[in-house]
Design a protein around this ligand. Structure first.
Ligand SMILES: *Cc1c(COP(=O)(O)O)cnc(C)c1O
Length: 384
């Protein structure tokens, strides 16, 4: 099945007259007609068969969406979590233990970074930050006790890429697990498992759900790794996605191809437009023809999205604030991947009085003429 057909049909069982939309199986548990079949499912599971016992560990509504995402990611299996962070922390914990060490890219999503830097050390796990653009630096930072290399490519504020194949080849040789946050690309524009990444995670809150009405996460990987995550972190930390948001996520997946096509087109138009503006010093946009890692981009990605940043020449915070406040279409907010455009100033070097600001913009599904017009009017008024 081709990608767009997978999203409409894979994993949906129908026999006789059936609802075309899979039902929300809103139940906490599954009951059995007799004890033997219950015991068999519980204690001697057939991994090829559905195993529904209790919704903390599995529910059919989740599996419909998870099968589609696994197919798109070219992995054997996937699991839906209650948030991107639940997916990230559960999958990290599945490969880490006391005395271990994590090598992570310095520009990853803030909460993931905090978890690695501030939370894992409480359990005897140390870490080293690296500039992921240098594979040598990533590989060189690995120690005998390294258990995980944590990647985010492209990263979601400054949009830096890591060479996934080179890093994963080296990691495999050393027996180190690799994990990537693939949220920027969505499962459509990058399949990191093909390049050797062990665990692929998404904040499904973003492009996958796509309507700003769901918080969810996904992990995809081999059946072996995913069975372990389901049986241990999934079950013990208890952060799987409930059925109703899983149903909304599935609804979002139906339109992922057309939304990503729009995202790529709009992102490219807005990126090119910003590059022509006298108020803009640099545009950080993965889809740009001048993108500094474009050879690597073309090698490992099949598309780019509508999340980008730019550095205005004016670095005065009051004027940057005025620029943001005078945007009419862009709203102020942290997330992205939904229908609505968003803008946020972000300090490149966090601190008490940061002096290096980029403005991260997420371009939504509005008309691109309105998006560019909105940026132009506020740039002229406040950052010229
Ligand atoms: C939002 C986000 C996350 C966290 O996902 P939640 O669903 O909010 O928990 C992780 N990584 C990236 C790149 C994100 O943008």
């Amino acid at each position: 099945m081709e990608r767009d057909t997978i999203l409409q049909h894979l994993g949906e069982k129908k026999s006789g007259p059936s609802p075309v939309v899979p039902p929300i199986v809103q139940t906490s548990l599954f009951v059995y007609p007799e004890l033997d079949s219950f015991w068999n499912t519980m204690f001697e599971p057939d991994t090829e068969k559905d195993r529904y016992i209790y919704s903390r560990v599995g529910n059919p509504t989740l599996d419909v969406a998870a099968r589609k995402i696994a197919a798109l990611e070219h992995t054997e299996s996937a699991l839906l979590f209650a948030s991107g962070m639940a997916a990230i922390t559960s999958s990290m914990l599945s490969v880490l233990s006391h005395g271990g060490h994590v090598v992570y890219v310095d520009t990853i999503y803030g909460p993931s970074k905090h978890f690695i830097e501030e939370w894992l050390p409480r359990f005897g796990i140390s870490c080293t930050a690296v500039d992921g653009r240098s594979s040598d630096e990533v590989i060189g930072a690995c120690k005998p006790e390294t258990q995980l290399i944590y990647l985010e490519s492209p990263s979601s504020i400054v949009f830096r890429l890591q060479d996934l194949r080179t890093i994963c080849d080296a990691a495999k040789e050393k027996g180190i697990a690799t994990l990537i946050d693939n949220s920027y690309a969505s499962p459509l524009f990058q399949q990191p498992a093909d390049l050797g990444v062990d665990l692929v995670i998404h904040s499904a809150t973003k492009y996958i759900s796509g309507h700003s009405d769901v918080v969810a996460g996904v992990v995809a990987g081999t059946r072996e790794r995913m069975t372990r995550i389901m049986e241990q972190e999934g079950q013990w930390l208890g952060a799987l996605l409930p059925p109703f948001p899983a149903w909304l996520l599935l609804r979002g997946l139906r339109t992922l191809p057309i939304r990503m096509k729009a995202a790529q087109e709009t992102g490219n138009i807005v990126g090119a437009f910003l590059a022509t503006r006298p108020e803009v010093e640099t545009v950080l946009h993965v889809g740009s023809p001048d993108f500094d890692q474009k050879a690597l981009r073309d090698q490992q990605m099949s598309g780019t999205s509508s999340l980008l940043s730019f550095r205005p020449k004016v670095q005065d915070l009051d004027r940057i604030k005025a620029f943001i406040h005078d945007l009419k279409i862009f709203q102020i907010g942290v997330s992205w991947g939904g229908f609505e455009s968003l803008a946020l100033p972000i300090p490149l070097v966090p601190g008490d009085s940061p002096s290096d600001w980029v403005i991260r913009i997420y371009c939504g599904l509005e008309d691109v003429k309105d998006i560019c017009g909105d940026l132009a009017q506020s740039l002229e008024r406040h950052l010229a």
